[in-house]
Design a protein around this ligand. Structure first.
Ligand code: HPA
Ligand code: ZN
Length: 335
């Protein structure tokens, strides 16, 4: 099973590039940029990753991002993640970035986007990994700041497929961002939003009705509203679920309590993703393995997570067909 999971072609739809900053690279960049960090070694950083909820993680995650200053830093960060994709047989990835985490510290939007896109281009050419980029608004900041960020993104429209919404769900419901999502839609961006991670099922309903999203990120609390679950099934509304993230942030006590396999068997378009792999203890393969070890799954179930992710991705129908065939051939030929 482990070999099957490792070799299975995978598609990632929920990955914050800042959340792929490994402690070792954090240290290297802190040194290179003369940035003070309150740790003496990468091991000390790792020891600090004891989270009780989403906010306790976000505080450390934003602090870690302070070492990212130059275009080269954003390139190195993204390239390191893409090399992990290659190792895990990730064939396509749709990456979130949080511009406000950096522009708020005086880093130019151009610096961020150039560093990231250079790595994405190199991965397309040298690793055969395709990708899209999704710009997230930080929901703890104001609507006005989100609108300003959208304006900064307009010159880079060709590099950014959609907008998203992340950070503290509690106290910052989807309706706060209805207008900026409308503006983004008018500019041609697709839309996704984190909802129903720590927040209630109503946030999922509001993200669909007020933000007109194509996918829900997390969404695991949908089960609290059976009518919503029925709608998600009927409309094939994708949920980008992050199993290791959910157990690390105590959304579920243990992996055996996680609902991702149950949702799959009910016919929801659920996918498996790594969210912030450097902070939550694992990349794509690790997440698949954690699910398969704790919950009853067949090889077909695991392959279905990839097939769902292909269906839910922001790539052309031709590319979807090609990747679907790649997965089905892999399963058929697996001995
Ligand atoms: N939820 C909300 N905000 C985030 C997350 C998440 O899982 N990861 C990075 N920012
Ligand atoms: Zn996330």
């Amino acid at each position: 099973m482990l070999r099957f999971i490792n070799d299975l072609p995978k598609v990632e739809l929920h990955l914050h590039i800042e959340g792929s900053l490994e402690p070792e690279l954090m240290f290297e960049l802190a040194k290179r940029n003369h940035v003070d960090i309150p740790f003496n070694s990468p091991d000390e950083v790792k020891a600090a990753y004891q989270f009780t909820n989403l906010q306790s993680f976000l505080d450390i995650y934003y602090q870690g991002a302070n070492v990212l200053i130059t275009e080269e830093d954003f390139f190195d960060l993204t390239w390191a993640y893409l090399l992990r994709c290659q190792k895990d047989n990730v064939i396509h990835t749709e990456i979130f970035f949080d511009p406000q985490t950096h522009t708020g510290r005086g880093i130019a939007f151009e610096t961020i986007i150039k560093g990231i896109t250079k790595a994405l281009t190199k991965a397309r050419e040298e690793l055969g990994i395709s990708s899209q980029l999704i710009m997230c608004f930080l929901r703890h900041l104001s609507e006005e700041q989100a609108i300003e960020t959208l304006k900064q993104a307009l010159p880079y429209k060709k590099d950014i497929i959609g907008v998203g919404l992340d950070s503290s769900e509690d106290g910052h419901p989807p309706e706060k961002f209805a207008r900026v999502f409308d503006m983004a839609k008018q500019e041609g961006f697709l839309a996704v939003a984190h909802a129903g991670e720590e927040g209630p099922a109503q946030n999922i309903i509001d993200a669909i009705n007020m933000l007109h999203v194509q996918r829900i990120d997390h969404g695991v609390r949908c089960v609290e509203d059976p009518e919503l679950v029925k709608n998600l099934i009927e409309n094939r509304m994708p949920l980008t679920v992050c199993p290791l993230s959910n157990t690390k942030l105590k959304v579920f006590k243990e992996m055996k309590d996680h609902n991702v396999v149950s949702l799959l068997k009910q016919g929801l378009c659920v996918t498996i993703n790594s969210d912030d792999p450097a902070y939550f203890g694992g990349y794509m393969t690790d997440n698949f393995v954690a699910v398969a070890e704790a919950l009853p799954t067949t090889k077909e179930d695991l392959a279905q997570f990839t097939l769902n992710a292909i269906e839910a991705s922001f790539i052309s129908d031709t590319e979807k067909k090609r990747m679907t065939k790649q997965v089905l051939d892999f399963v058929a030929n697996y001995a």
